[in-house]
Design a protein around this ligand. Structure first.
Ligand SMILES: Nc1nc2c(ncn2[C@@H]2O[C@H](COP(=O)(O)OP(=O)(O)OP(=O)(O)O)[C@@H](O)[C@H]2O)c(=O)[nH]1
Ligand SMILES: [Mg+2]
Length: 422
């Protein structure tokens, strides 16, 4: 597998998008999606030689875009000396077979391209396991239909990942591999669960950064915590979760974590396979949805992220919208409102505003109180020292008075001893 990570061939690809609606705004959406597919292709190391947009109410069951259009694509492939066609829509194994037969070069779909990028980028053991699982799950139903692509040697886009020998072996072998990968990932999840439990015991809130790929998530984590995560102007730069402690205020420390970015039409196999990584969202106390304010497709992109947040996070988890790259937009265009913060992660603009907003959002669940405990409960003071922010302890005639910031759980437990809400 490692050998094929080296890129030897620059793929020259024609990109094809199908617009299944007759509305013009849908057509622009399809065009935008094709532009993004071009970014994805370049991220994977390829080069776009041409784009074809097909308007058609329903896809052709055989060749997806219809035979006439497929022949048109073939001509464009030949005229531009391309060696690959990438479709923006998900293709069935039968579609791929039919299209490869007509056009005569390798045909991939958007999911395969995204999987390929993930395979190139995955660095940690967890990331690699997850990508491999997603690749096998994607491949399994397509095994019989991938003759042309599988016979290619040398490793280029779409051939990375499960190596040649595994692909030649039967489905049972792949299913066994899937089972093994799932078991290994289960172990990863268990380790994470233990870490999480420890964090919860120490009641350190977890703030997870989410957002569209390239929105500036890693730059933000670096800016706030001095972490040194690579942050590059390319899609899916980060695939692994990195967490750092962040001092939000004198009373509040949180764990801030950066994770994999989202994109439109993210293959569902990937979302499922990245369960261990994405589970962070489910247990977060607060989500920072980082949005690239300078991106003309901002609305569509945040809609994609909102959908995934609904799918992956708990409904009660608060979300702060963080409009990033504000150094690149006009002052009047900077969004304002409740639960909205405008920043520039790169330039460090309005980090104080963001910290304040984080504190406010989390404070809705935290309580600053004065407790008075009987001396018989002296041992509890230690519990508070480890589990909460103790500001002062006073041994008075009436009892032990503790000025403390409690989370919801501890607040519930000590409610009867609260003398004063501060
Ligand atoms: N002008 C400007 N550029 C920014 C800002 N924040 C991030 N960038 C740039 O945007 C690009 C992407 O930043 P990253 O932090 O890697 O984005 P990400 O969301 O982590 O991306 P993925 O990990 O690929 O999903 C980089 O080139 C950053 O330098 C900002 O506030 N202003
Ligand atoms: Mg990143």
């Amino acid at each position: 597998m490692e050998a094929t990570f080296e890129k030897k061939i620059i793929e020259r690809a024609v990109l094809v998008g199908l617009n299944a609606s007759c509305f013009t705004d849908e057509e622009t959406a399809t065009e935008r999606s094709l532009d993004e597919l071009e970014d994805l292709l370049e991220t994977a190391g390829g080069f776009c030689t041409g784009k074809v947009l097909q308007n058609r109410h329903t896809p052709d069951s055989h060749s997806f875009i219809g035979e006439g259009k497929a022949l048109e694509v073939k001509m464009l492939v030949e005229a531009t000396g391309s060696n690959m066609v990438v479709f923006d829509n998900e293709l069935s194994p039968g579609n791929i077979r039919a299209l490869e037969e007509i056009i005569g070069v390798t045909v991939l779909d958007r999911s395969a391209l995204i999987l390929d990028i993930f395979a190139q980028r995955a660095r940690t053991k967890e990331g690699r396991l997850q990508v491999e699982l997603a690749q096998y799950k994607y491949l399994l139903p397509r095994l019989s239909g991938m003759g042309a692509s599988l016979s290619r040697q040398g490793g280029g886009i779409g051939t990375r990942g499960p190596g040649e020998t595994q692909l030649e072996s039967d489905r049972r072998h792949i299913r066994e591999r899937i089972n093994r990968l799932e078991e290994e990932l289960e172990q990863v999840r268990k380790v994470r669960a233990v870490q999480r439990e420890r964090r919860m015991k120490n009641s350190v809130p977890v703030v997870a950064i989410v957002g569209y790929t390239n929105a500036g998530k890693s730059t933000l984590l670096n800016q706030l915590t001095g972490a040194d995560i690579p942050a590059n102007n390319r899609l899916f730069d980060t695939l692994d979760t990195t967490s750092r402690q962040l001092k939000v205020s004198d009373d509040l420390d949180v764990i801030l974590s950066d994770t994999v970015g989202f994109i439109a039409k993210l293959p569902h196999h990937l979302v499922n396979a990245f369960h261990a990584t994405l589970e962070e969202l489910e247990y977060a106390d607060l989500l920072l949805h980082v949005i690239d304010a300078a991106d003309p497709n901002m609305e569509q992109h945040s809609a994609v992220v909102n959908r995934l947040i609904r799918q992956l996070a708990r409904p009660e988890t608060p979300v702060l919208k963080v409009y990033n790259k504000c150094d690149r937009v006009y002052y009047d265009d900077i969004p304002r409102g409740r639960d909205i913060v405008a920043i520039s992660a790169k330039k460090g603009i309005n980090m104080e505003g963001l910290l304040k907003a984080i504190e406010t959002a989390l404070a809705r669940k935290r309580h600053h109180v004065l407790l008075r405990l009987p001396y018989s409960m002296g041992g509890t003071v230690d519990t508070l020292h480890t589990g909460a922010k103790v500001k002062s302890v006073d041994y008075t005639a009436e009892g032990i008075e503790i000025d403390v910031v409690l989370d919801e759980i501890l607040y519930g437990r000590f409610r009867e001893y609260v003398v004063k809400e501060l």
